[in-house]
Design a protein around this ligand. Structure first.
Ligand code: UN1
Length: 502
């Protein structure tokens, strides 16, 4: 289906609505080609979507878990059967190389499988009571309307991290896809539409930050957010001032890989290349700091630098490409600005592919937002912005250290963020020390720090987040727990020996 000949709108109360907001385009970041025309959601569409979701909640919550999950199973099968087709759309719209485009759809399928499968798992707990004739249970209730605000870099997977669990638990949703990936938004909404899910249970409003703010301002019952640190903190502040709204936000990182003197260097180099350059550094878990022991530093450096010089940057639809373009011109300016800043801050630049050679840019892709790896060496004790602020691009610092694992972890933890990190070492004592002291939500041993599986909590500490909007952890954010107790005896007996005499 072509999405360029008409203007696509929002999906509200089971209808496609164009709305009255300004038009915007979806653009292929590798070619500049227009992929579709969309309208920006305004407060009007957000209000209509929330009203629809509120109205649909009363009946949706009464369905059984298993019945609610049936709609998700239909989507699961579509995602599985159409992985190649949808993966190509992901790649065209967000520029990730094609195996990553497909993996995005597969990750979405995994999350749907987890959430829908969980519908048949035990819910709640039976809790012992002090009183023999009393039953005590922990039960969950859906909270109501869940607002989901998702980023462009996993335009199919992350929406399902939020929505699959929220829906199976009995909530209704209002989702705003990222403004860079409205076509993926459209496709996901079509998947829901095709299931015949009751009107208003799933709603999608296209748009920019103002539409996201409108969702938060309307005090929906829960806000799930994955995206930038600035926006996540704004949402957390806004929600804290409201009564009754809950938020789970997962934000960015300035992620480290520690490579100790006992590392297998092949594993180290491959892990660092995969973590730093896959998705062109645009994962919130991408690594931008490599903390390397002095004993292996020179060898690691020469092998890493050689790979950074040779990894292919190019057409993301080409199976042989390792890195596609950055998402948009504005983001390229930011990444280039950090490369300039690093030079100004006096670091030792080892690889600089900021501007690709003209023959590296594939034909017909001159309008793409290209940038290659930028690698430099810096003193871990220097107070530099380039080694402490998140760039979200293929911009990576080598930070040599001397001393033991304690010193490496001290450098590792010396950032405001705490999302993901890895250690490469053959020494289990070092690995265990890292496991216990690394200030991150996702920690890896002898692996890259990308590629988390959906059944694990996904989120960070420090500036990186205040929640884990994925899998089981979403259940906490989208349900309330009731401690339910039932008296099976005739009289009233109270706990703690409290007198029931009147
Ligand atoms: C992100 O970093 O923005 O762990 C999400 C991974 C993916 C999800 C990444 N499963 O790399």
């Amino acid at each position: 289906m072509s999405h360029t000949d008409s203007v696509d709108g929002h999906y509200i109360a089971g209808e496609w609505v164009t709305g009255e907001g300004e038009e915007f385009n979806s653009e292929n970041p590798a070619t500049g080609e227009t992929l579709g025309r969309f309208t920006r959601g305004t407060d009007r569409e957000v209000t209509a979507a929330i009203d629809a979701a509120e109205a649909a909640f009363a009946e949706w919550r009464e369905l059984s878990y298993v019945d609610r999950a049936e709609y998700l199973w239909e989507i699961y099968h579509e995602l599985r059967e159409r992985t190649d087709e949808l993966g190509e759309i992901v790649t065209r719209e967000c520029g990730k190389e094609i195996s990553e485009g497909r993996a995005d759809v597969v990750e979405a399928a995994h999350m749907v499988e987890w959430a829908a499968g969980d519908a048949r798992h035990p819910k709640g707990d039976v809790v012992p009571s002090e009183i023999a004739a009393k039953d005590a249970y922990m039960r969950r209730k859906p909270r109501g309307v869940v607002g989901c605000i998702t980023p462009w870099n996993f335009p199919v997977a992350i929406p399902f991290w939020h929505m699959a669990v929220a829906l199976v638990e009995g909530n209704t949703v209002v989702w705003k896809p990222a403004e860079q990936t409205p076509l993926c938004g459209r496709i996901v909404a079509e998947l829901f539409d095709d299931t015949g899910i009751p009107n208003g249970v799933f709603n999608m409003v296209q748009g920019f930050g103002d539409a996201g703010s409108a969702i938060v301002d309307h005090a929906v019952d829960t806000v799930l957010f994955t995206g930038s640190v600035e926006v996540g903190h704004e949402i957390a502040r806004e929600v804290a001032a409201q009564s009754g709204t809950r938020a789970a936000c997962e934000m960015g990182g300035k992620n480290n890989i520690v490579i100790t003197a006992n590392a297998d260097l092949e594993t180290a180099v491959r892990s660092a290349v995969l973590s730093s350059f896959k998705t062109t550094g645009q994962r919130c878990v991408s690594s931008e700091r490599l903390v390397v022991h002095e004993d292996v530093y020179e060898e690691f450096k020469s092998r890493f630098v050689e790979m950074a010089r040779s990894v292919s940057v190019g057409d993301p639809l080409d199976e042989g490409t390792f890195m596609g373009p950055l998402i948009e011109a504005e983001h390229r300016e930011k990444v280039v600005g950090y490369n300039d800043l690093a030079r100004e801050e006096g670091v030792d630049v080892l690889v600089d592919r900021t501007d690709l050679d003209s023959e590296e840019v594939p034909e017909g892709h001159e309008a793409g937002h290209w940038v290659g790896p930028f690698v430099y060496e810096a003193d871990p004790d220097a107070d530099l912005r380039c080694t402490s602020e998140e760039v979200f691009g293929p911009h990576v610092a080598l930070l040599p250290y001397s001393g033991g694992i304690e010193r490496a972890v001290e450098i590792h933890n010396d950032t405001d963020y705490g999302l993901a990190g890895a250690i490469i070492s053959e020494d289990y004592r070092e690995i265990n020390y890292y496991r216990d002291h690394a200030e991150v939500g996702l920690a890896y041993g002898n692996l890259p720090c990308i590629g988390a599986e959906v059944q694990l909590p996904f989120g960070g500490v420090k500036k990186s987040g205040n929640g884990y909007p994925s899998a089981r952890e979403v259940i906490e954010a989208v349900t309330d727990r009731t401690a339910w107790t039932l008296n099976n005896a005739e009289g009233i007996e109270l706990a703690q020996g409290l007198s029931a005499e009147i």
